[in-house]
Design a protein. Structure first.
Length: 434
């Protein structure tokens, strides 16, 4: 199923490289002032294809024996076994091939994300134009799948976000979302005499939405929490320590996050909650109440397999991939570093343009785009305001390290200089000589 009535990615690029033959409003190729798929370089679609988008067709979650695929298989297998129909058939269906180009409506509006929500900022997401973007979460497909008549489904796919650069963040990562909708009849046996919906919408409280009864929310959140606790045990082992934390998402109420203890520290594993009734009703399932959750696959895979750096998932090195060549996704594998190559650290300092809207994510984006997987981390190590000039200076420390070879000083310098040049050109900063 397509996520929108639009062209797929290949067609998108054919169109773009051919020029603008079909300039309709529907066209994802029509750039406008919202376009920012890496502000760092691509002025043409051809260049665009060569950076972020060249990784889009790799679909790590569909690549057999890839660690992201193995985690996906573990989750799918858990849901297939846990929820079965009359004849033992799985009730959940899996959508792992939906187009990552979605409308801003699918990504935000259909999910009641407020107009001024931070996630809508240009510095946080990748926009093709003001109407189309690369999905920032797999939640973007929930409402369409409900509209198409589904009640129980998993959505798995690549998602795109502009973020910090370090060992756990990468502009493309993978998520799994799930939705389970139930009717009055499915939730409460006749004789219990309990209702899912209030006769007339009641007050919305911290514990529930106006339309739902206290009983329905209680039983549904119990189902949701036990399902997810068991999922955490399936992924991390029966002894995993977990805790529930109250949370906020525009598309669920009440909402929670599940945290697990990993190596002595609490780690947020997933977000979930009771779906906003307005979303469910608008998608044509107003007679149902639902729960939903979303989790990041890299975050799970890094812990389950002891993978120390998120860039490794993009490695095509056999020495990496072969470690995951197992038939059963539940096989215990611990990643053994093939070899660790030395780091090379270079600082860059610049004055930020006085009247611009400089965002750190724009700079991170440039670093990742120019340096690719040579970049291990970027951190702001110093900032100050010049008392007379009234200009702000930022100094970033860039750690270079390749996962598969030793970098030479010359190649690191070339990339470092190029980062400075691009930042000057695109962001209007002035690089300071140190
Ligand atoms: N989309 C959220 C995120 O990316 C995660 C999430 C939270 C998904 C709650 C859900 C949900 O479906 O119900 O952070």
């Amino acid at each position: 199923m397509k996520s929108s009535g639009m062209k797929n990615l290949e067609e998108h690029f054919q169109l773009c490289t051919r020029g603008s033959e079909s300039e309709s409003d529907e066209d994802c190729c029509m750039k406008d002032e919202q376009y920012n798929i890496t502000s760092a370089i691509p002025e043409t679609c051809q260049e665009l294809k060569e950076c972020i988008i060249k990784r889009m067709p790799r679909k790590l979650h569909q690549q057999k024996n890839h660690p992201i695929n193995l985690i996906k298989e573990r989750i799918v297998s858990y849901f297939y076994k846990k929820f079965v129909g009359r004849t033992g058939n799985p009730v959940f269906s899996v959508y792992d091939n939906l187009d990552p180009i979605v409308t801003t409506h699918q990504n935000f509006d259909a999910l009641l994300v407020p107009r001024n929500h931070v996630s809508r900022q240009k510095s946080d997401s990748y926009y093709l134009n003001s109407k189309y973007m690369l999905r920032a979460h797999t939640t973007a497909h929930q409402s369409d799948l409900i509209s198409s008549g589904l009640d129980n489904f998993l959505i798995i796919g690549d998602v795109y976000r502009r973020d910090t650069v370090d060992s756990t963040h990468y502009p493309i990562f993978h998520q799994c979302d799930a939705v389970r909708l139930q009717t009055q009849h499915e939730l409460f046996p006749e004789e219990w005499d309990l209702k899912v919906f209030e006769k007339r919408p009641d007050k919305r409280t911290d514990d529930k939405q106006a339309e739902h009864t206290v009983d329905a929310v209680r039983i549904l959140s119990y189902q949701l929490k036990t399902t997810l606790q068991d999922l955490a045990k399936t992924l991390f082992g029966p002894d995993v320590e977990y805790r529930w934390v109250e949370a906020y998402f525009p598309f669920t109420h009440p909402s929670w996050e599940l945290e697990i203890k990993h190596k002595g520290e609490w780690l947020e594993l997933l977000g979930c909650g009771i779906m906003e009734h307005a979303i469910v009703a608008k998608a044509g399932a107003g007679d149902r109440i639902g729960w939903a959750f979303g989790l990041g696959l890299e975050r799970v895979a890094m812990r389950v397999y002891d993978i120390p750096d998120i860039r490794l998932f993009w490695s095509t090195d056999r020495a990496f991939l072969q470690q995951f060549a197992v038939d059963d996704p539940f096989t215990a594998v611990k990643y053994k570093p093939v070899s660790v190559y030395p780091i090379c650290v270079n600082d860059i300092s610049f004055w930020i343009p006085p009247h611009g809207d400089f965002s750190q994510n724009d700079f991170f984006d440039i670093v990742r785009t120019v340096g690719g997987d040579m970049i291990e981390e970027v951190s702001l190590v110093d900032q100050f305001v010049h008392p007379k000039k009234r200009l702000t200076s930022h100094c970033y420390r860039i750690t270079y390290r390749h996962m598969e070879r030793t970098l030479t000083k010359t190649e690191v310098n070339a990339v470092h200089n190029e980062i400075g040049r691009r930042a000057t050109e695109v962001l209007g900063v002035s690089v300071r000589m140190t």
